[in-house]
Ligand binder design. Structure first.
Ligand SMILES: [Zn+2]
Length: 119
């Protein structure tokens, strides 16, 4: 019964850990560009790629209250909230190339010719 009444956190632990590990710092003694403390990647609008995917997963799994708490504590910026909707489809299926207008395989024509000769 105790297990049933336990509140289960829908957000994976690795997501919360990643949100805390990947934080920006300034290179060149605070004068350079922003980089990630954990992976050293350049810091974009949503941080490094690892943080961006962690934020996305957080927004997918977290409840409204968790999202509000993360916003308040600064784990997530208001700009990150927009991540959820504009998910770019990176691996779009390519359209099949149309059959080339060049002449068909000459070997195929030869085979047809040989078949015709055999008959
Ligand atoms: Zn990072």
């Amino acid at each position: 019964m105790a297990l049933l009444s336990l509140v289960r956190d829908p957000v994976p632990a690795r997501t919360k850990i990643a949100l805390h590990l990947h934080e920006p710092y300034r290179t060149w003694l605070g004068f350079g560009r922003l980089r990630c403390t954990w992976c050293g990647e350049r810091w974009g609008t949503h941080g490094c790629t690892a943080r961006e995917s962690a934020v996305r997963l957080f927004l997918y799994t977290a409840t409204k209250a968790q999202r509000a708490a993360a916003l308040e504590s600064g784990d997530i910026s208001p700009a990150d909230l927009r991540l959820r909707r504009s998910t770019p489809t990176r691996h779009r299926r390519r359209t099949r190339p149309s059959p080339s207008p060049t002449a068909p395989n000459p070997l195929a024509a030869l085979v047809l010719e040989l078949q015709g000769a055999a008959r």
